[in-house]
Write a protein that binds this ligand. Sequence first.
Ligand code: GLC
Length: 507
Amino acid sequence: MKDWWKEAIFYEIYMPSFCDGNGDGIGDFKGIASKLAYLKELDIDAIWLTPFYKSPKIDNGYDISDYYSIDADYGTMYDFQVFLDQAHQRGIKVIADLVLNHTSSLHPWFLESRESRTSPKRDWYIWKDKVEGHQPNNWESYFGGSAWEYDEKTAQYYYHAFAKEQVDLNWYNPEVKNAMFDVIRFWLDKGIDGFRLDVINFLGIDPTLQNNPYDEEGKQIHLHDKDLPIAFEIVEELRTLVNKYEDKVLVGEVGTEEFEIAKTYAGQDKLDLIFNFNLGSIQKFEVKRIFDELKKMEKENQGLYLPTLFFSSHDMPRHITRLVDQDTEQTRAQMLCTLMLTATGVPFLYYGEEIGMTDLYVDDISEMRDVQGILTYQRMIAEGNSVIEALEASNMCSRDKSRSPIQWNDTVYAGFSQIKPWICVNENYTKINVECQSREVDSMLQYYKNMIRIRKKYKALYKGNYELLDRRNDVLFFIRKYKEQRIGVFFNFGIKQDTLHLESLSI
Ligand code: GLC
């Protein structure tokens, strides 16, 4: 179906944490294939897989060292193909996560580039001289510290927006573009249904290397290292390339919470969908804020594109921990599920949220896996903080929180694996798991299944426009309409019962 993604429910799978099919403690393609029946029963339409390409995994696959092969931890190309075919047979689409902004420092392109200043691949990356004995400018990496790494061998700095092992490519060089477009064709030819494009607005930096300013709290504002005209140009070219294939979707991770910036990447000749971090990554639960963001998206998109609806991902704490408190636990989580599945937009569920999985905290730094958490710990210790303080700070920013293995049942390691998994299992797996929730009629899992069923039953819920979107205090409500069908959804996020007279609504 053309534009199938407009009506789809996506489900993000964090590759190493879904199901271990070969007994090495790491999730893989065989494992995911064995759970396709579960996903079909849940009735999601498309899977987003986090990167599965060969990688030293400094950032768990977002540091690719070979774009053309499957990482051995996840299986073989054959396993990938079997999985893809089986998903397709069940009517489930699969999109791949593609990292165009940077490669691993172990990618042969970079190894060649760092060889000498005259290497044919030198200009594939961003190399700069020292300026007055220092880094070329003040740009900071998103993982902390300077974004410039000095390379003794050729006495120049290279640029990395993330870890120093994730080296930014020079997108001003047409050879880079050609090489990456070949990668895209390769995976489309294999039958993948589209891409989630990692930090797509980071392609290209300001060539004048102006310093970034700081906000009032001393945090750097990333003004000159992203959202440059070249990123838009590449996005348009990508679109043209992908349009040569049928029914493929492009979803962009546009690293910004500014909706006004994010939306400029979406549209007919650009990306089909972008992640709306303005809503998705809210830190605190506030009805007014949620309403305002929904309203803003409704007003600004003017029917040109659909927003995405999500509250969790592999980069943020799980929303059940972040936005739900003890008193409102089950109910609020269910209401957020309802919101994602009934508001205008394309829902992106994150593995495990359907059973209400919560955040993972580690007791010892040796258990921490996320590069962002590990780097924070090292920095805190270097600055003279205690182990306890460093661990607390690293737990705060670590993305391990939302990456623990999905809890299938209450057997050892939550039924994810036979041996100790690569990352700790959340201790609450004996209470929160798929098996027990499949038996309980009023579990979170049953709630998600029911909501998905309801969404699919009513066209107004996946095709309709808002006839009304409003709020009275803690009550948020909307009416969606498709042809003759009108569905009203009312959320009382308050703790008291409330009454709303339909006649009082301006319909
Ligand atoms: C994206 C990914 C994140 C990764 C970063 C660098 O934001 O979602 O996990 O660390 O890009 O590739």
